[in-house]
Design a protein. Structure first.
Length: 119
């Protein structure tokens, strides 16, 4: 059973930075595409960023492009989301997710970590 555990959320001022981490266990790390999603209060969950199983392809939503960077460390079975230039509208619960390579929908989800950006 694949499990994902996020950490690194917190309270930060506008313009600040945070790095989220997601440790993946229970599966072969490099056989999964990984992604970050977020859900703000009263809103639908939305895509933030993804990295494919080989680490060769990344994708970002338009709202975070140029400010956020997704990366991975195979040795630590960890995927990261480096967030900079944070804005109040980035406030949300951030979720890490994974799917088997070649899949369409994310199959595995973490419990989420809260990010709050104060103005």
């Amino acid at each position: 059973q694949v499990q994902l555990v996020e950490s690194g959320g917190g309270l930060v001022q506008t313009g600040g930075s945070l790095r989220l981490s997601c440790v993946v266990s229970g599966g072969t790390f490099n056989k999964y595409d990984k992604g970050w999603f977020r859900q703000a209060p009263g809103k639908e969950r939305e895509f933030v960023a993804s990295i494919n199983w080989s680490g060769t392809t990344t994708n970002y939503s338009d709202s975070v492009k140029g400010r956020f960077t997704i990366s991975r460390d195979n040795a630590k079975n960890t995927v990261y989301l480096q967030m900079s230039g944070l804005k109040p509208e980035d406030t949300a619960v951030y979720y890490c997710a994974a799917r088997k390579r070649g899949g369409t929908d994310m199959e595995y989800w973490g419990q989420g970590t809260q990010v709050t950006v104060s103005s």
